[in-house]
Design a binder for this molecule. Structure first.
Ligand code: KG4
Ligand code: ZN
Length: 352
């Protein structure tokens, strides 16, 4: 089945085409970063407006790059949650319209299933069960994928997502948005102090927490008199570089500590690192070292498949499309869509 994927859950408008074997023929992403940068975060109204403008042109570009016409598409997979409802509705409306006009099936995909399955986009042979660390600006969680469609959450963040922590601390320092890539680039220029951001203590459950680092960053700035940059292009002083290096170290230490515990407990056959924060060079090194030490295959998708994209949505929807499913009558935008169990739980709140 030739599948068109559509993703519009947050601030990226994306479309992709998969060939009959599940290979990626095209994957086009229109990033809105420059529109949200002045606000230091995603503004939902701006995101929805840009999706309205860009979804159809991006779909056409994905088809053109794949060398396929709309008449050759045999199924559509579209993100139905979690995400910003206004943004999700745009992708869903376009997908629904195309499915109706072409008389082809359309399935709703959980965005998180997309991120998990991105580990198989370039490595379809990766074995199950796999432990997937999904780290982005909106989500931070460990998932055990026992089979395609069968996911169990092992740990999640109690507060901020890791990417959100990178973005917020960067904002405190007056660095450019999004903060993750900037912090990652500057961190090697500073010296790590393991004590500057202490280890997070959470009793009982396996969970992440990042909001304390933001508070610690603010406290450190107050204590040392470190001022934010007046302009994002300004060169950071040595004290700031040390803080940046220590902060990146602490976030990665927190992510790896829980991943190690989950690995020992769940004994998976493979590891996956996905989501925008998977671009972090220290995190990639640490995951590679962990995989080597455990003797497990590790899949870290290419950056264009780690960050939000529609190829991962198409791959995640493929299983249900091949099984003959069609969600046309129940497709719904759900802001907080849960994922888990042998079949993703689909709550139906509102019909388009
Ligand atoms: O998956 P993504 O593109 O969008 C969603 O949040 O869904 O992830 C974006 C996040 C941002 O918070 C950004 O700061 C972070 O990924 N990020 C990074 C790096 N590159 C992007 N964080 C740390 N290190 C990086 N190299
Ligand atoms: Zn995402």
């Amino acid at each position: 089945m030739i599948i068109l994927g559509i993703e519009s859950s947050c601030d990226d408008t994306a479309a992709a085409v998969l060939d009959r074997g599940g290979g990626v023929l095209s994957s086009v992403v229109s990033s809105q970063v420059s529109f949200h940068a002045p606000y230091g975060g995603v503004v939902p109204e701006i995101a929805a407006r840009h999706h309205l403008e860009f979804t159809e042109p991006i779909v056409h570009r994905a088809l053109a790059e794949a060398g396929r016409g709309l008449e050759q598409i045999e199924g559509i997979a579209v993100t139905c949650g979690p995400g910003l409802v206004g943004s999700l509705l745009v992708g869903l409306s376009v997908a629904r319209g195309l499915a109706l006009s072409r008389n082809i099936p359309v399935v709703g995909v959980n965005h998180l299933e997309g991120h998990i399955m991105s580990g198989w986009l370039e490595r379809p042979e990766l074995p199950f069960p796999a432990l997937a660390l999904v780290v982005s600006g909106g989500h931070t969680a460990l998932w055990l994928a026992s089979a395609p469609g069968d996911y169990r959450q092992i740990a999640r963040t109690r507060d901020d997502a890791a990417g959100e922590a990178f973005d917020k601390v960067a904002k405190l320092l007056g660095l450019a948005y999004p903060g993750g890539p900037v912090i990652d680039r500057l961190a090697p220029l500073g010296t790590v102090s393991g004590a500057m951001f202490g280890e997070v203590r959470i009793k009982g459950e396996l969970a992440f927490s990042f909001s304390g680092y933001k508070t610690a960053a603010r406290a450190h700035m107050e204590k040392t008199g470190l001022k934010p940059l007046r302009h994002p292009d300004e060169e950071p002083p040595p004290g700031m570089l040390d803080m940046i290096a220590s902060f990146r170290y602490a976030v990665v230490r927190e992510l790896m500590r829980r991943t190690r515990t989950a690995l020992e407990r769940e004994k998976p056959a493979a590891l996956v690192l996905a989501g925008g924060v998977a671009a972090n060079s220290l995190l990639r090194e640490e995951m590679a070292a962990l995989a080597a030490c455990a003797g497990l295959p590790l899949s870290i998708p290419a950056f264009r498949f780690c960050a939000d994209n529609a190829a991962m949505i198409a791959l995640a929807g493929r299983r249900r499309l091949l099984a003959g499913k069609d969600d046309l009558d129940t497709l719904d935008a759900v802001a907080a869509l849960p994922l888990g169990g042998p079949e993703a739980l689909r709550t139906s709140r509102r019909h388009l």
